[in-house]
Design a protein around this ligand. Structure first.
Ligand code: SF4
Length: 217
């Protein structure tokens, strides 16, 4: 049972009113966003930016798919786990090639079919698949991460344990809208980096008057 009377939409409004539009995902092209979604696994965005900068001269799917794995792993080294991520990028590109390296082909697919196919690629998990679908393909799917669990549990929502159930909670409570899902995830991230850190800056947080965690401190 939830320990808050606020709805998920009301929380969104509070976050949006405070931070304004985040205009995610940071990336110049759909393909750069796809790579960023893979490179950001288990590392900070600052490290991803360094890897993306190294990749800039080759940032199209044809070039990266033809690139020698050793060269690719050196270029993405700043993002950490570079040998694993090299394999994941190559696996992803093997799948993407079957789609003609065309984001428009992905846009024509049903969201669930696209998600199922992405999840069948070795190394593409739920958060990565959903980030690609939402931010590169522009289809409405809610991205769940550790920040999502932390923030909403603290506010007082009963948050299920598994990824898909948390996602379903958001899908069933919100209008199915790409812009809303895009902004909401980005707003959760900025709030958890600014206030709702592992040790929260609760005294200064604009959500503290509606936060169960703060009230019970
Ligand atoms: S009051 Fe504290 S726990 Fe609640 S949302 Fe703000 S920072 Fe997080």
């Amino acid at each position: 049972m939830n320990n808050t009377e606020l709805t998920l939409m009301e929380i969104y409004d509070k976050l949006f009113n405070y931070y304004g539009p985040q205009n995610w995902w940071p990336g110049d092209t759909d393909f750069e966003i796809m790579l960023g979604a893979i490179l950001t696994q288990n590392t900070s965005w600052e490290n991803v930016e360094k890897a993306i900068l190294n990749l800039k001269p080759y940032l199209d799917p044809y070039s990266i798919s033809k690139m020698d794995e050793n060269i690719l792993s050196v270029l993405i080294k700043p993002s950490g786990f570079f040998n694993v991520k090299t394999k994941r990028i190559k696996n992803f590109l093997g799948w993407y090639e079957q789609k003609g390296f065309s984001v428009n082909v992905l846009r024509e697919m049903k969201t669930q079919d696209l998600r199922d196919e992405l999840l069948s690629v070795n190394g593409i998990g739920r958060e990565t698949a959903d980030s690609i679908i939402l931010y590169a393909v522009d289809k409405p799917i809610f991205v769940v991460d550790a920040y999502t669990k932390r923030l909403f549990e603290r506010i007082g929502f009963e948050i299920p344990k598994d990824y898909d159930s948390i996602q379903e909670l958001f899908h069933s409570s919100l209008e199915t809208n790409t812009y809303l899902f895009n902004e909401y995830h980005a707003l959760i991230v900025i709030h958890c980096k600014t206030f709702c850190k592992s040790i929260g800056r609760c005294e200064n947080c604009f959500l503290n008057n509606c936060c169960n965690f703060y009230k019970n401190k």
